[in-house]
Design a protein around this ligand. Structure first.
Ligand SMILES: *Cc1c(COP(=O)(O)O)cnc(C)c1O
Length: 367
């Protein structure tokens, strides 16, 4: 060990706990003694990637693994630009939306700056800010939704970025078009506003805003999308951001090239085309949300179910205890204490068989 290791470490790293990801499925199955595992913890698409994306993955020629990918996801950006009516340079592709979060924070924040987001939302905005040495100002949710007024009130001269998760993970609540536009009008270009639309393709509500269509109107707006959720490519790690050209040109400086692999770029391109796959997934979500709503009501369990492919359930016991007991029955859920929702679990909506296993598991652990 380095004699003075502690002295090399900034204070904000010293006080930050590393995130411990869960073990691989086979290890968990050994640990909990279950012979099959329904993964309901990560909001993955239970139908997998679209058939076209699966085919390109199967056809990938192994020698191509020796060649670097397109450093800036050239063809994918061309396609995305055409779809959204943008210039390809208005798009930056990253190793998952997680990586584009770091691009934006690195591009705009320096010592003494802060970002603002909600206290109960996707935690990566907060984590990246804090372990990079910036302040994360967290405003409480209001009725399970982002509180626009509270966020505006926390802005000061050192605020650089406001992160809005729309719809919110884990509550599924969303800002409609009017509310988002009013917020952007009031920020009035003084800070960067990031709208994270990781679950965009799951939302079927008429008044749900397509953030990318607002980029023209709001020069400070940056929108995130990912291929991990609806498109079923979480294992390949690919997501992107879009914004006005001068903003994206700044963010590009803080962006690592070659972080997006060849397979991810090619699978994403094909996944975009497959509207049938999206419709199949949406249909499954509607059916299984209906089933869960009935069953959770029957079990007398309060739940928070809005947009997205996930539901929060409130349990009359600790969420970590419930996690262990459900794992013993082959059902893997997300504990919500880390999201500041003690005694809640979040589950992903999946195929009927998995939803039945969840309901049976809940019934058993509630006895
Ligand atoms: C899953 C998720 C992401 C990250 O997606 P990746 O592209 O897999 O990194 C970003 N934001 C929200 C709200 C998410 O739920």
């Amino acid at each position: 060990m380095i004699a003075r290791l502690e002295e090399l470490v900034p204070s904000y790293i010293k006080s930050f706990d590393a995130y411990i990801p869960s073990k691989p499925d086979p290890e968990l199955q050994k640990l909990f003694g279950c012979d099959r595992l329904y993964r309901l913890n990560n909001n993955e698409n239970p139908l997998g990637p679209s058939p076209a994306a699966q085919e390109i993955l199967q056809r990938f020629s192994p020698p191509r693994a020796a060649v670097y990918p397109s450093g800036d996801s050239y063809y994918l950006r061309e396609r995305l630009a055409a779809t959204h009516g943008l210039h390809p340079d208005q798009i930056l592709v990253g190793n998952g939306a997680n990586e584009v979060i770091t691009f934006v924070i690195k591009a705009f924040c320096e010592a003494g700056d802060n970002i603002i987001t909600a206290d109960k939302t996707f935690a990566v905005y907060e984590w990246v800010a804090i372990f990079s040495g910036y302040e994360a100002r967290l405003t409480p949710l209001k009725d399970f939704a982002f509180d626009d007024q509270a966020m505006l009130e926390r802005i000061d001269s050192r605020t650089k970025i406001l992160f809005v998760c729309n719809p919110n993970n884990p509550t599924g609540t969303y800002w409609n078009r009017d509310k988002l536009c009013r917020f952007l009008d009031r920020v009035d270009g003084r800070q960067i506003v990031v709208v994270d639309e990781a679950y965009f393709e799951y939302v079927e509500k008429e008044d749900f805003p397509d953030g990318i269509s607002l980029i023209d109107r709001y020069p400070n707006l940056v929108v995130f999308r990912t291929f991990s959720k609806m498109y079923g490519l979480a294992g390949l790690r690919i997501g992107y951001l879009a914004g006005q050209l001068d903003v994206v040109n700044i963010i590009r400086r803080a962006c690592v090239v070659y972080s997006v692999n060849t397979l991810a770029q090619e699978a994403a391109l094909l996944a975009l085309e497959d509207k049938d796959h999206i419709n199949r997934t949406r249909r499954l979500m509607r059916e299984e949300k209906g089933y869960l709503r009935r069953e959770l009501t029957r079990l007398g369990l309060p739940f928070v179910m809005h947009e997205g492919n996930y539901v929060m359930i409130k349990l009359p016991m600790s969420d970590t205890l419930a996690y262990r007991r459900l794992m013993g029955r082959g059902v893997m859920v997300r504990t919500m204490t880390g999201f500041r929702f003690p005694n809640y679990i979040r589950i992903s909506i999946a195929r009927h068989e998995a939803m039945e296993a969840l309901v049976k598991g809940l019934e058993a652990i509630l006895l």
